[in-house]
Design a protein around this ligand. Structure first.
Ligand code: FAD
Length: 469
């Protein structure tokens, strides 16, 4: 009985629940549906889509090593998925379809439509919860609600997680060759932006595994001390690989356990903090399911719907281009434009600058990040933006507004990160890079701050105070 596995953001052959389940039942054929128009509608840019395509190509090679053919179909929108899959199922006389769930709303709807269509046709179909330890809806508060706050979620996660949930799924053994051949992978269309490309972000499981091993070997134990300093390579840089499933959270956690005496919550402080970041990732996936309004452009905190965001195209443009006159903000934005990735500390700083100092709607920033990030992932991006804008789950209290210059002196004390990404300031003494002297700006070809911190802070506080709770 031939089994069909539909792969999406789970581009790996190791520890893949749907693939393992399919292989246990019979010979496997895999399929990838490329829906560039839908991805663009979701705001993904060239860099992420290019990374996706290279990931599919690496996956094809890995599958071919197991004699599993990879079919490739172009569909326009998710609505076309049921028909495309049914056509394949009929053509190849498929006994059962397998796939791993994705949690943002449109993906849930697409998956439900596929389940319904297959059931209607009388072809067996099965979805698996693979990207998270707990299926959304199975880790709830005492009252039976989804968690809207991270810390109790994380505590419950640690308390309830079982060895079985974290066990690696079997990698399929090479199968007998089938008469079905892999499809040639088509070229990508031209995009308006040029993708960052493969030198910066090589795709595939092997690279992801190397990143993980190197991180745990050299940086994991220093994670607590180094994770906030953007000029130090202190974090794992695994986010693009986790976002497209070139590595799984189980592989990450198993690797931590073998470094950390079998523990996730006790033991080395760096490693346990890192585990918590992976739980943040899962938390935001549960939030997307439990509070689906966040998938409909709505804030998590309902009273913030009325916030009087400013229309300020010029300010938005300066932020996008890294020309706000706040060196750390500008360095961060330029890092993202050049590499498709931004350090977490700086995602917080830049997102807060846009939503508080410029009082520009966080949804504009969320979309801009999505367009440029190689790791752009709806749940984490939306969660991070709503945090910074004080509209979300564990939001920063609205009155705690990062001072971008203080953030700079704390987290880039020697101005190294600034010098790298804002080279026009590199000649200044390190201490002067955080706030270049006004009389030198013309000579440096660097803009004046587009807002004054104190005045901007007061304006944001007023806007939040005006909201009735
Ligand atoms: P590490 O510090 O090594 O963490 C390990 C993994 O844990 C990450 O790869 C990621 O999968 C997960 N993780 C870490 N922090 C978070 C977090 N706060 N929320 C959810 N998951 C987390 N992350 C994305 O993967 N995609 C996004 O589109 C995204 N957008 C963000 C937007 C804003 C405004 C903010 C504040 C954060 C955003 N994050 C996003 C979360 C975080 O910044 C990145 O995951 C992290 O910087 C990636 O670097 P790393 O892999 O070295 O992380």
């Amino acid at each position: 009985d031939v089994q069909l596995v539909w792969l999406r953001s789970d581009l790996r052959i190791h520890d893949n629940t749907a693939l393992a389940a399919a292989a246990a039942k019979g010979p496997v054929v895999a399929v990838f549906l490329r829906s560039v128009a839908q991805w663009q509608y979701h705001g993904h840019g060239a860099t992420k889509i290019d990374f996706w395509a290279r990931g599919v190509s690496a996956l094809k090679d890995a599958l071919n090593g197991l004699n599993i053919p990879l079919l490739h179909r172009d569909i326009d929108r998710y609505d076309d998925a049921p028909q495309a899959l049914l056509d394949i199922a009929r053509e190849h006389n498929i006994a059962r379809l397998h796939f791993n769930y994705q949690y943002p709303l449109n993906e849930q709807r697409r998956d439900q439509a596929v389940l319904d269509a297959f059931k209607k046709e009388g072809i067996a179909v099965h979805g698996y919860h693979d990207a998270v330890a707990f299926a959304p809806g199975t880790l709830l508060t005492g009252k039976g609600d989804y968690y809207g706050v991270f810390t109790p979620f994380s505590k419950a996660w640690h308390k309830q997680v079982s060895a079985e949930q974290l066990e690696l799924r079997d990698t399929p053994e090479p199968q007998e060759r089938l008469s079905i051949k892999s499809d040639k992978l088509p070229e990508l269309p031209e995009f308006d932006d040029a993708p960052v490309g493969g030198r910066e972000w090589p795709a595939g499981e092997e690279t992801a595994g190397d990143h993980l091993a190197r991180f745990l070997r050299f940086r994991g134990r220093h994670y607590n001390d180094q994770r906030d300093f953007p000029s130090v390579r202190g974090t794992s840089e695994l986010s693009p690989y986790l976002a497209l499933g070139m590595i799984s959270y189980r592989q990450c956690l198993q690797a931590v356990m073998s470094e950390n005496g079998g523990h996730l919550a006790d033991g080395d402080a760096g490693l346990t903090t890192w585990v918590n970041e992976l739980i943040w990732r899962e938390f935001y996936q549960h939030v997307a399911v439990g509070f689906p309004e966040v998938c409909r452009y709505q804030p998590f905190q309902e009273h913030t719907k009325q916030l009087a965001w400013r229309e300020d195209d010029e300010g938005f443009k300066a932020w996008c281009e890294g020309r706000t006159g706040y060196p750390l903000v500008d360095a961060a934005m330029r890092q993202m434009l050049a590499t498709g990735w931004m350090h977490n500390r700086l995602r917080m700083v830049t997102a807060m600058f846009l939503s508080k100092h410029l009082l520009i709607d966080w949804r504009r920033g969320e979309a801009f990040f999505m367009r440029h990030l190689v790791d752009g992932e709806f749940c984490a991006n939306n969660g991070g933006w709503q945090w910074a804008a004080s509209t979300g789950t564990d939001s920063a209290p609205y009155f705690r507004i990062f001072n971008p210059t203080t953030q700079s002196t704390r987290f880039d004390p020697d101005g190294e990160f600034i010098a790298k990404w804002v080279p026009e300031l590199a000649e200044l003494p390190a201490k002067a890079r955080h706030a270049p002297p006004r009389d030198m700006l013309t000579q440096l070809d660097y803009p004046e701050p587009i807002v004054d911190h104190k005045a901007a802070r007061a304006r944001a506080l007023d806007a939040f105070k005006a909201l009735s709770k």
